[in-house]
Design a protein around this ligand. Structure first.
Ligand code: ZN
Length: 150
C-alpha cells in the first residue's frame, strides 16, 4: 500500500509540474471557468465536442498541485470519450474521492485517475481534485460558445 501511495504521489507531482493539454483550445465550442476560493485554484476548461464525443480538451489556470494534476489527468481521461462516458467517469471519480477512508473502491474503471484515491483523507483537498471536473461539467452544460471568442 505504501508503495502504491508513493507511485500515486509521483504521478501526481509529475502532472502538476508538466500538465498535459495545458493551453487554450482554438477549436473549442464549450468553455467554462471554475474557481475554488478555499484554496485559490482557478481554471478554464475548453472542450471541442463533435457528434457527442470529446474530440479535444484543454485547460489553463493556476492553482495547487492537486488541482493542476487533476485537470491534467482529467483531460487525458476524457479525450476521445463520449459525453456519456465522460459523465460516468466524473461520477466514479466523485464517488472515489468522497468515499470513507478504508472503504474499498473499485478503481479499475478509473485508470490513472485512481491516483487521487488518497485525496479522500484530506477533505479540504477534495475540492481541489474535483474542481476541474465540475468545470468540465459546467462547460458541457453551458451555452455553446462561438469558437472564435478567444
Ligand atoms: Zn487546491
Amino acid at each position: 500500500m505504501t508503495d502504491l501511495r508513493e507511485l500515486y504521489l509521483q504521478v501526481l507531482l509529475e502532472h502538476s509540474r508538466s500538465p498535459r493539454n495545458f493551453g487554450k483550445l482554438a477549436g473549442a465550442n464549450y468553455r467554462a471557468e471554475g474557481r475554488n476560493p478555499l484554496c485559490g485554484d482557478e481554471l478554464t476548461v475548453y472542450v471541442d465536442v463533435e457528434e457527442g464525443m470529446v474530440r479535444d480538451i484543454a485547460f489553463v489556470g493556476s492553482g495547487c498541485a492537486i488541482s493542476k494534476a487533476s485537470a491534467s489527468i482529467m483531460t487525458q481521461a476524457v479525450k476521445g470519450k463520449t459525453l456519456e462516458e465522460a459523465r460516468s467517469l466524473f461520477n466514479d471519480f466523485q464517488e472515489m474521492v468522497t468515499s470513507r477512508v478504508g472503504e474499498e473502491v473499485e478503481t479499475e474503471p478509473l485508470g490513472k485517475l485512481a491516483v487521487f484515491l488518497g485525496v479522500r483523507e484530506f477533505p479540504v483537498r477534495v475540492k481541489c481534485a474535483t474542481l476541474p471536473w465540475h468545470t468540465l461539467n459546467a462547460a458541457l452544460e453551458g451555452e455553446e460558445e462561438p469558437a472564435s471568442t478567444e
